[in-house]
Design a protein. Sequence first.
Length: 203
Amino acid sequence: MAGIVIVDYGMANLRSVQKAFERFGHPATISDRPEVIEQADRLVLPGVGAFRDAIARLHEAHLAEPIVRHIQRDRPFFGICLGFQLLFDVSLEEGRYQGLGVFAGEVVRFATVPGLKVPHMGWNRLRLRQRPPAFAGTNEGDSVYFVHSYYPVPKDATLIAAEADYPTPFCAAIARGNLVATQFHPEKSQRVGLEMLKRFAEG
């Protein structure tokens, strides 16, 4: 097996995620090869940018199917930001685009509210709704770093692991089995986020 593998589809600062794992002595391979993704013990799907471009690149590189198979086998998986949104059925970002369809739900834009800046950029406190292994060191009210204009709305609310407010509640993380995915960037969230990645690597 290939240990920790970070999926490279050209839409993330992969080195920052890799460095976060290396900080705790866990080497992580960055790869765009389907056969490496297929053999991963632990898979990380990061991402920044447009949903439409991301899902197109995953399919063009033949990465979508091994990612979904990894999740279906309940192998450890961590989705980050756009890599979180891609897990859902549909994104409404600049149109309507099919995602990986691992979970039912839509990716929607923050509502237009006077004085509310979109994209949402900055630190927000988490309200925990469940505590997957990666969140074992996370406390109610811990702050994490967000950069996004869209967020998923899962049809199954029991998926939600954490919420944040901007200004109303939105889904900040989900968990199911060995899968955890976050709208925030753990690699940019200092102690709180780095602890999540450490526990994911060691869980």
